[in-house]
Design a protein around this ligand. Structure first.
Ligand SMILES: Cc1ncc(C[n+]2csc(CCOP(=O)(O)OP(=O)(O)O)c2C)c(N)n1
Ligand code: SF4
Length: 350
């Protein structure tokens, strides 16, 4: 059996502004279980990067350990990649971004990788507002190690073996909101219409963008008593708002009656256009977002869509005043300005 993916494609396949096709953004052939939500998340990332005409070599994908963290192998095959150790993706992302802020950083993690072993790293990367897109493919279990319960699994739901989960679930979007993320969203791997515009906006957002994606594990957590199965998620999703992403170069031609939509302008000039959902709340109000998540959670519903975005807040590079030029492009004299400069720094601390 061959695991090589054919590179042939139809000559008339659509091309983006760079002349690249969708296929140029794909990765290796997936070895995840057929139907795993994580493959759909990868496909949505491929579509988002293709449609945004991002140069593949300008992206760095980072992950921890888990089926979800394996998934970056299956998308953006021409981008940089670093599969770190379990729960340690944020510190590697931080180091990479400090050395080269000109790349787009996309982190892919699981609920085990983020909400258990990586919780400390997650909390601090949010708090420091690293300029990255952080995706959690949330399936309520540790898929790679055969289905142990994750800390995001809902209290009262049952494992495949019928055991009731006794601990309360950690809600990662709520945590991200409390810790200072400047873009927070939730979506479902089975809803590409919603997921792709959210990913595009997250990638264009300058600051820490977090997306919690319900991404069912068909092998260990897709049974009738799970609250992360395809059927359960489909039936309990409540779209808080419907999001369109309008790239900066595109002219806005459609207009909506006042009060029915809201535009949020991102740093690069692109626009997030939100149409009010049935449970409309202001996604520029952090407290309203936390309230809305809790209210839906109390009813057993999963609130999806853009939960919060503030494009005016500063990111880690702004706080630290880092150089725009990647460190590997600076000459020796700039990187090592000598004793005089060091004396100046030391004196400033006296
Ligand atoms: C230090 C360390 N502890 C434990 C493990 C075993 N382990 C591998 S993946 C994983 C959990 C993965 O779960 P999640 O992040 O939810 O990803 P999924 O497989 O569900 O996509 C664990 C505990 C490990 N690889 N390294
Ligand atoms: S075990 Fe679950 S999470 Fe892992 S690849 Fe299979 S379906 Fe996906």
């Amino acid at each position: 059996m061959s695991y090589l993916k054919s590179k042939f494609h139809h000559p008339n396949l659509a091309r983006n502004e760079l002349g690249l096709t969708y296929r140029d953004y794909e990765g290796s052939l997936s070895t995840l279980c057929a139907g795993c939500g994580h493959d759909a998340v990868g496909a949505a990332l491929v579509q988002a990067c293709f449609e945004l005409s991002i140069e593949p070599h300008k992206v760095a994908k980072l992950s921890g350990i888990g089926c979800s963290s394996k998934a970056p192998t299956y998308f953006l095959g021409k981008s940089h990649g670093f599969n770190t150790v379990h729960g340690r993706m944020p510190s590697v992302a931080t180091g990479a971004s400090m050395a080269n802020r000109s790349l787009k950083y996309i982190g892919m993690s699981g609920d085990g990788d983020t909400a258990s072993i990586g919780m400390g790293q997650f909390a601090h990367v949010v708090r420091r507002r690293l300029n990255m897109t952080y995706v959690v493919a949330n399936n309520g279990v540790y898929g790679l190690t055969k289905g142990q319960t994750a800390a995001t699994a809902d209290k009262g739901s049952k494992t495949k073996k019928g055991e009731e989960i006794m601990w309360g679930a950690i809600d990662l979007p709520t945590m991200a909101l409390q810790l200072g993320a400047t873009f927070v969203a939730r979506s479902f791997s089975g809803d590409k219409e919603q997921l792709v515009p959210l990913l595009k906006a997250a990638i264009c957002h300058e600051g820490f963008a977090f997306i919690d994606i319900m991404s069912p594990c068909v092998t260990f957590n897709n049974h009738a008593t799970s609250t992360r199965s395809y059927d359960y998620v489909r039936e309990h999703v409540e779209e808080g708002n419907i999001t369109d992403f309008v790239p900066s170069q595109e002219e806005i031609t459609t207009s909506y009656p006042e009060g029915e939509s809201k535009d949020i302008c991102l740093h690069d000039g692109s626009i997030l256009r939100l149409h009010k959902g049935i449970n409309g709340f202001d996604p520029q109000d952090r407290f309203a977002a936390i309230n809305a998540i809790e209210q839906h959670r109390a009813k057993g519903e999963i609130l999806t869509g853009l939960l919060y975005c503030d494009p005016t807040l500063r990111d880690m590079h702004d706080f630290l005043g880092t150089t725009d030029t990647p460190l590997n492009s600076l000459d020796e004299k700039t990187l090592c300005p000598g004793n005089h400069a060091l004396d100046g720094i030391n004196n400033s601390f006296r």
